[in-house]
Design a binder for this molecule. Structure first.
Ligand code: NAG
Ligand code: NAG
Ligand code: NAG
Ligand code: NAG
Length: 465
């Protein structure tokens, strides 16, 4: 028996020890939570509890005890199940001792068992325990995060709970805690958000960027961050050098196509009725893109980059291109040594991937949010193909004021082929002209019988105040 028994006996010994350790842990956890409850006044008399937890002036007014109890219960449950499982395995081992000696569990199976059945659940229980937060008893000014009770999924609750600095220190921002932000409209899309946040911490995420984008454009923006590994193309190739990448369709292998209708860049051609997207058709055809802003077009609303830059020679160095596209404006400006950040959403086609693979910077933002740039910083804002006659006037007002905020005095706002119905033009013109920018270029031409194009280059004046 001696030699044969050796690995089995060791396994059993390990199991035995684990069982003892776990048992100890469960007891400690139970005691700790009891103690915390006790401190939180859980064992007061009934009226006192009511007074304590629901009193008007009290901190517990907004603190969800039930949710906390559930969380602790969940952890205890996990540990108990784990313990049972281990006990059962040990008993099984005892029972089938003889057979076991003949058949054999490989070391690999042993390792897998420990990893999957023991270490992982233990780790998740441990994390859950660490994440449980009781309100500070002593300080009645601290309140529980109000949105926390909207969500049941633990990972969302963890995300939106403010993270206190460690040991009472003030952080680099001079605040005591960090709030992760989440769009208020997330509460309207609980089901989708919970689906999005349902993953195993540290493992691979689902291939669901399109769900994320749907949440974002529907107003769940900002979206919570996740603690899973994003998927990438299995056959990612190194990108082309910058002297080639600007005007070349990227390697198909560098995009994950699974959530697009197309499976390669050729398929995105405007001639293909099954290309899967409708904004900026033709933007994936480099021969066409090469003509934009540098060659005469049939319409007087198309200005040359040369002419616009000549308004402020040498002054335009950085800017934002707000629209839907594949980065061609930024590519042309790069050739002029101007750095342009292009906004991009993947509306049916890999716009962000394409811009990045061309060697340019895609900024993945929606219309919902304040732009992530400081006041008076940009030399240029160019916008095309995005804002047109569908946009609500109030929304447009908020957006235009935000653009005005980030544009520096003397900076240029280039509105490129804005279009709307004839009857709406006055409203939109008022919105644009209210800022009293200097008009460098201003052209209106018919688009169709009822529609008009407007292009303009305007300069933000200095503000004396
Ligand atoms: C309670 O918190 C407030 C603000 O967070 C702080 O100013 C105050 O000093 C705290 N009081 C105690 C007793 O810790
Ligand atoms: C791009 O630059 C590399 C060296 O930096 C050079 O070897 C290559 O020929 C260039 N490609 C083109 C198309 O100019
Ligand atoms: C565009 O057309 C104008 C007049 O029709 C001409 O003067 C100009 O040189 C042309 N520019 C380019 C870049 O073709
Ligand atoms: C851009 O910068 C490079 C390097 O400084 C310079 O050689 C080139 O002439 C510049 N291009 C333009 C259009 O100014």
């Amino acid at each position: 028996m001696g030699r044969l028994c050796f690995p089995r006996c060791r396994l059993m010994r390990i199991m035995g020890w684990l069982q003892i350790i776990l048992g100890g842990l469960v007891i400690v956890v139970s005691l700790a939570s009891l103690y915390k409850f006790y401190k939180a006044g859980f064992f007061l008399h009934n009226e006192e509890i009511c007074h304590h937890f629901y009193g008007v002036d009290d901190v517990y007014e907004v603190f969800d005890v039930r949710a906390l109890t559930d969380r602790i219960g969940e952890v205890l449950d996990k540990m108990e199940k784990l313990q049972e499982k281990l006990e059962r395995s040990v008993q099984d081992l005892e029972k089938h001792k003889d057979e076991l000696d003949k058949t054999s569990i490989t070391r690999l199976e042993h390792k897998r068992f420990l990893e999957q059945e023991v270490i992982r659940p233990l780790h998740s229980a441990h994390l859950s325990l660490r994440q449980i937060r009781l309100p500070r008893i002593a300080n009645s000014t601290i309140k529980e995060e109000p949105m926390i009770n909207t969500f049941i999924i633990e990972e969302i609750r963890k995300y939106i709970s403010p993270k206190e600095n460690r040991v009472g220190k003030i952080n680099i921002y001079g605040t005591e805690r960090i709030y992760n932000t989440i769009g208020h409209a997330c509460t309207l899309m609980k089901k989708e958000l919970e689906e999005y946040m349902d993953y195993d911490i540290g493992s691979y995420c689902k291939d669901d960027w399109n769900l994320a984008q749907k949440l974002m454009v529907s107003g769940c923006d900002p979206l919570p961050r996740r603690r899973c590994l994003t998927r990438a193309s299995k056959v990612y190739q190194k990108p082309y050098p910058i002297n080639e990448s600007l005007w070349k369709l990227p390697d198909d292998r560098n995009v994950r196509w699974s959530n697009y209708q197309c499976r390669n860049f050729q398929c995105l051609s405007s001639k293909n009725p099954k290309r899967g997207y409708s904004k900026c058709t033709g933007c994936f055809e480099m021969e066409k893109e090469k003509l934009k802003w540098v060659t005469n077009s049939s319409l007087p609303v198309d200005f040359f980059i040369t002419d616009v830059l000549a308004i402020k020679p040498g002054e335009i160095r950085i800017g934002l291109d707000f629209g839907v596209g594949t980065g061609t404006f930024a590519a042309r400006m790069k050739e002029r040594n101007v750095t342009i950040i292009s906004t991009a959403l993947n509306l049916g086609a890999p716009f962000s991937e394409m811009i990045a693979l061309r060697g340019l910077i895609p900024l993945y933002v929606t219309l919902n949010q304040r732009l992530p740039f400081f006041d008076n910083t940009m030399d240029l804002i160019h916008t095309t193909g995005f804002m047109d006659g569908w946009i609500d006037l109030m929304l447009m007002d908020f957006i235009l004021f935000d653009w005005d905020r980030i544009l520096r005095p003397g900076g240029l706002l280039w509105i490129d082929r804005f279009f709307c119905y004839r009857k709406d033009l006055d409203d939109y013109m008022y919105m644009i002209l209210q800022f009293r920018y200097k008009k460098h270029k201003w052209v209106i031409t018919p688009k169709s019988k009822d529609e008009l194009y407007l292009s303009a280059v305007l300069e933000k004046p200095p503000r004396a105040i």
